[in-house]
Design a protein around this ligand. Structure first.
Ligand code: PSV
Ligand code: MN
Length: 411
């Protein structure tokens, strides 16, 4: 959009919303305050395995380069001051998995600080070293202990060098009926997490991520929000549930899961992505699902809430097999801000009236009215007021960074 079109568009939408009693300034302030973490791993050599090992060009060769890319994303959006890390991938070169210690992450934290960033969620990497038969539920005690110790290190990193959040995704499951005792396996996971939780300091928050399947094709220990919630509750009030949008079966209403969790006051976090491939690999588009999720979060005041037990943690978890990584992340951030803005202009009073009157279609039309409103001029204005480019994807394309990393890092 040209500057003139944006301005005209802004005047039209701001005028319309103002007439409806929406505080446009506070919507823009919310867009400015919304923060979402980018994952270090999205910028590097991750995923793929197809197309002869094709990777989008210019992958970050190491953690510092990943943080350089993240710094650019933050510079263009102002929305991502924290970067989620994976211990196993972000450890210094030459350190063996079993030798990873919290102190190894001091340099990365300092490197991040110099670029205006911090380390966000800390992910123990439970799917690398000898965990093909399970991590916390591995049949052999030594693998289980290695993974428990690794998670304890993740908690220390979170406390000493990051924001105090640890997020757990486990590959534990089975391929065939009979391969593992299902409850026995789950019990081992529960016991392992309990040991880790007990050992962690009170300043650490633990979010348990679930996933329908993969790599377990027959069974998955942490398969759904029910088991994640039950385990979180059994651990204590510093534990909660991490909802990854891509980790559900087709047709599952993720907004309803979010509504339930915020309604119950559960600590929570979201991994944003689009599920086209039965998993979590694609960038977010500003579609109805993510809008509906934001409606639930905004309605429960969980989007920008300084009380960390009420505000959820927001993270991007995507990877690209074909699309270039940085524009894909910028596209996601744009989609999230647009979806949040839509959720914030939802006419909740009118919606409630329709609901109370059992007006099924009327309620749906109020819900869709905000979804179908083109809020991009609002989002762009919020960015420009912060001195940011109105369109971060276009600014990235014009900036020459992609060409530089392709030249310097190779394809
Ligand atoms: C594996 O499915 C996964 O995509 C989970 O979503 C984790 O959050 C992510 O990888 C990083 O381990
Ligand atoms: Mn995830």
């Amino acid at each position: 959009m040209s500057g003139k079109e944006t301005k005209d568009g802004y005047d039209v939408i701001a005028g319309r919303l103002d007439e409806r009693g929406v505080d446009v300034e506070s919507v823009k302030e919310a867009i400015k305050s919304f923060e979402v973490e980018v994952p270090s791993w999205v910028f590097g050599e991750f995923g793929g395995g197809r197309f002869g090992g094709y990777l989008p060009p210019g992958p970050a060769p190491d953690s510092r380069a990943k943080f350089e890319d993240a710094a650019l994303v933050h510079q263009l959006t102002g929305a991502c001051p924290n970067v989620a890390i994976h211990l196993g991938w972000d450890k210094p070169d030459g350190v063996d998995f079993a030798d990873i210690r919290a102190e190894h992450f001091g340099d990365l934290r300092d490197f991040a600080h110099e670029r205006g960033l911090g380390i966000g969620a800390v992910n123990p990497t439970l799917f690398l070293e000898g965990t093909h038969h399970g991590s916390l539920s591995a049949p052999d005690a030594s693998t289980r202990q290695l993974m428990i110790d690794h998670c304890k290190v993740a908690c220390e990193v979170a406390r000493e060098y990051a924001g105090g959040l640890v997020t757990y995704w486990l590959p534990d499951g089975s391929l065939y009926p009979g391969q593992r005792g299902l409850w026995h396996q789950e019990k081992l996971v529960r016991d392992g997490l309990a040991e880790i939780y007990e050992a962690a300091s009170d300043s650490v928050v633990h979010l348990i991520e679930y996933k329908l399947f993969e790599p377990g094709t027959y069974s998955t220990v942490l398969s759904d929000y029910g088991v994640a919630l039950d385990i979180a509750r059994s651990l204590g009030d510093r534990a909660g549930v991490l909802v990854d949008m891509g980790h559900h079966a087709w047709g599952v209403n993720v907004a309803q899961i979010v509504a339930r969790l915020v309604g119950l006051g559960v600590r929570g976090g979201l991994h944003f992505n689009s599920r086209y491939a039965a998993d979590d690999d694609h960038a977010v588009e500003p579609g109805r699902e993510v809008y509906a999720i934001f409606c639930e979060l905004a309605g429960a005041d969980a989007v920008i809430n300084p009380d960390e037990s009420a505000g959820w943690a927001y993270m991007i978890d995507q990877c690209s097999s074909l699309e270039k990584r940085i524009p894909a992340v910028l596209h996601t951030i744009d989609s999230l801000q647009v979806s949040l803005a839509k959720a914030l202009i939802l006419d909740r009073d009118r919606l409630e009236q329709m609901q109370d009157a059992n007006d099924v279609i009327g309620a749906n039309r109020v819900f869709l009215d905000a979804f179908l409103t083109d809020v991009r001029p609002l989002v762009e204005a919020a960015r420009e007021e912060q001195g940011l480019p109105a369109d971060p994807v276009a600014a990235f394309a014009a900036g020459g960074y992609q060409e530089r990393i392709e030249r310097e890092r190779g394809a």
